[in-house]
Design a protein around this ligand. Structure first.
Ligand SMILES: *Cc1c(COP(=O)(O)O)cnc(C)c1O
Length: 369
């Protein structure tokens, strides 16, 4: 009976869909298929993963592998822990300063998520905003800012999902880095040793919503004076195999499937090659177009979220293009309201052929107008 239900839901539409949603967003077919199978029968238990204890040996093995593969794929040095927490990346905006901010932290104001992180950090200490691109509607990634010596950490948002800007490097500063990598983790190698903390909501480049990946340096913890509620203290979750309480079981399982798929693809270096190729093709198409124009400055362009609009003389055609693309199975390209126009999210699981389909649609639409 269960598999009938499953087959029915998996076959609702035969039309090839190209999924450009910004988050939750496309997952590999491998992830979806194996998650569906585990919902039906988990690890040969004859039970759904939805109804099995997180302390069962089958799930403990899932959690162990989901931690180990993150360490392997990102080359995480000793002394770091990998956690899957609830609360989204947004909860990390407060957990990070609560656990790490003693007196003063530096933040880069590079978009909506970064400014949300700044707002939370201010509850816990001095926050110095070292640079901001707000006045330019966050259309570039600031560089060349001064970094005072007395910061506990520098917080960066490596990819600005809404504005389509990205910093594809790990800055060289004297103090440790803390990074929101929600929308570009696993799209490049990262020098984890420079960071005290990396966090990423799963729903952009890893798995379903409901889990937040945290990579935290053990020696960075326990150095603040304030009392930290048990659930908001990273040290709570480091103990007990990262399962102090019930973790988001299904999102962790799906994330593991994605991590296996990433490993099978050759790891982050190979994923980065494909990501660069996909983004390069789309930016070339935008730059060569009569009708479309990119919104982010060239040296700040994200390879994960490509933001673009129609030139002023075609502006009134934006809605029509979204409908035109949707009719071809191109989903989720409507831009965020803060930028308007279009946003094509090209996360790791998105195939090159989907980018080609979008470019074809852009070209055909341009010919018709
Ligand atoms: C989506 C996103 C968030 C918010 O994530 P939630 O899990 O919804 O809290 C934070 N930061 C970045 C960079 C994002 O892309």
């Amino acid at each position: 009976m269960r598999s009938d239900v499953l087959n029915h839901t998996l076959n609702i539409s035969d039309m090839k869909k190209h999924n450009f949603y910004a988050g939750p967003s496309i997952l590999s077919e491998y992830t979806i298929k194996n998650t569906a199978e585990a919902v039906n029968d988990f690890a040969g238990t004859g039970l759904s993963i939805l109804e099995v204890s997180h302390r069962s040996k089958e799930f403990v093995a899932v959690m162990d592998e989901a931690q180990a593969l993150v360490k392997e794929l990102l080359d995480v040095p000793d002394g770091y822990h990998v956690l899957y927490l609830g609360g989204g990346a947004s909860l990390q905006f407060c957990m990070a300063p609560m656990n790490l901010l003693r007196t003063k932290a530096g933040y880069l104001d590079t978009g909506t998520w970064a400014s949300n992180a700044i707002k939370e950090a201010r509850l816990f200490g001095d926050v110095e905003v070292l640079a901001s691109s707000k006045d330019a509607n966050y259309n570039f990634y600031p560089r060349g800012y001064e970094v005072p010596d007395d910061l506990d950490y520098l917080h960066i948002t490596t990819n600005n999902t809404i504005y389509g800007t990205e910093l594809r490097e790990d800055p060289d500063v004297k103090m440790p880095l803390v990074a929101d990598m929600s929308s570009d983790i696993f799209s490049r190698p990262v020098d984890v040793a420079k960071y005290d903390l990396i966090y990423a909501g799963a729903q952009k480049n890893l798995g379903p919503a409901g889990a937040t990946l945290v990579i935290v340096k053990e020696s960075a913890l326990g150095n603040v004076d304030r009392a930290i509620p048990t659930m908001l203290d990273y040290r709570t979750h480091i103990k007990k195999g990262a399962m102090f309480n019930t973790p988001p079981v299904l999102p962790v399982y799906s994330s593991l499937m994605t991590l296996r798929y990433y490993k099978e693809q050759g790891g982050v270096k190979e994923l980065e090659k494909l990501d660069l190729a996909k983004a390069g093709m789309l930016y070339d198409a935008i730059d060569g177009s009569r009708m479309f124009v990119g919104t982010a400055e060239a040296d700040s362009r994200s390879i994960m979220n490509v933001t673009f609009v129609m030139k002023p003389e075609y502006k009134e055609l934006e809605k029509e293009f979204v409908d035109f693309a949707t009719a071809r199975g191109i989903m989720g390209i409507k831009g965020h309201r803060s930028v308007g126009g279009f946003r094509a999210s090209l996360y790791n699981a998105l195939p090159l052929e989907s980018v080609k389909a979008l470019i074809d649609a852009m070209n055909d639409f341009e010919k018709q107008h």
